[in-house]
Ligand binder design. Structure first.
Ligand SMILES: C[S@@+](CC[C@H](N)C(=O)[O-])C[C@H]1O[C@@H](n2cnc3c(N)ncnc32)[C@H](O)[C@@H]1O
Length: 208
C-alpha cells in the first residue's frame, strides 16, 4: 500500500488544491496585476501572423490571472491560457471577460494541443513546480513548440531550498533547456515584484 502523503493537499504545490486555496484566500503575492514590461516590448516587436496570414499560436501555462493573454490576444495571437487550478481559471475568466482566446483548466504535463505553438510564455510557472517535477519541464516545452518557436519569459534564480517560489541555478536551467533550446536573448528585469526582485531574468530560448 502506498504511504499516505505527510501533508494535506492544500500544502502540496504539485496539486491544484494548493493553488485553489491561495486564489480563494486572495493570497497571491506573485500576481503582478499587469503585463510585465519585457513581455510588452517582446510582443510589440513580434509578428502575430505567419507568412500565410494565419494567427500564430501562443501558450501561457500556469496562467493564473492571465493578464498577458489579453495583451497577446489584442495583438492578434491565437492564445491558449491554461491552468490546472479551477480558482485560477475563475480569476483568468474575470480578467479576460468576453475574450476570444482559449482558456483551459488543464495540467501542463498532459496538455496535448492540435498543433504546436510558436510561442510559450513563462512567468512564475517553473518556480511554482516542486523541483522533482523539473526534469519533465524542458522536454514538455520542446514537445509543445514548433521548430524555431520561442520559449520566452522570466526565470527566478535562487538557491533557497524552500518554496514556492522554487528558485533554480543558472547551471540547472541550462541543463533543463539546452538539450532542445538555444538561448537567443536575456536581460535584467526592471519591474520585478516581491520575492522576484533582483533575482529574475527575462530570457528567450529558441527551439531547435
Ligand atoms: C505562481 S502562480 C503564477 C501565475 C501566473 N503565471 C502569474 O505570473 O501570475 C503558478 C500557477 O501555475 C499553476 N500550475 C502549477 N502547476 C501546474 C500544472 N502542472 N499545470 C497547469 N498549471 C499549473 C498554478 O495553479 C498557478 O496558477
Amino acid at each position: 500500500m502506498a504511504a499516505a502523503p505527510d501533508k494535506p493537499d492544500h500544502q502540496r504545490p504539485e496539486l491544484p488544491d494548493f493553488w485553489d486555496k491561495r486564489f480563494r484566500d486572495g493570497t497571491t503575492p506573485w500576481d503582478a496585476g499587469r503585463v510585465p514590461a519585457a513581455l510588452q516590448a517582446f510582443a510589440a516587436a513580434e509578428a502575430a501572423r505567419d507568412a500565410a496570414g494565419e494567427a500564430r499560436r501562443a501558450l501561457i501555462p500556469g496562467c493564473g490571472s492571465a493578464y498577458e493573454a489579453a495583451l497577446l490576444g489584442r495583438l492578434g495571437w491565437a492564445v491558449t491560457a491554461l491552468d490546472f487550478s479551477a480558482a485560477a481559471v475563475e480569476a483568468a475568466r474575470r480578467t479576460l471577460g468576453g475574450w476570444g482566446g482559449t482558456l483551459l483548466q488543464a495540467d501542463f504535463f498532459v496538455h496535448r494541443p492540435d498543433a504546436p505553438y510558436a510561442l510559450v510564455y513563462e512567468r512564475a510557472f517553473l518556480c511554482a513546480l516542486p523541483r522533482q517535477l523539473w526534469p519533465g519541464y524542458g522536454e514538455r516545452m520542446a514537445e509543445l513548440l514548433e521548430a524555431g518557436g520561442r520559449l520566452a519569459g522570466f526565470y527566478f534564480f535562487s538557491e533557497e531550498p524552500k518554496g514556492p517560489p522554487f528558485g533554480i541555478s543558472r547551471a540547472a536551467l541550462d541543463a533543463l533547456l539546452q538539450p532542445w533550446f538555444d538561448l537567443e536573448a536575456e536581460a535584467e528585469v526592471a519591474d520585478s515584484m516581491g520575492p522576484f526582485t533582483g533575482r529574475e531574468r527575462w530570457m528567450v530560448w529558441r527551439r531547435r
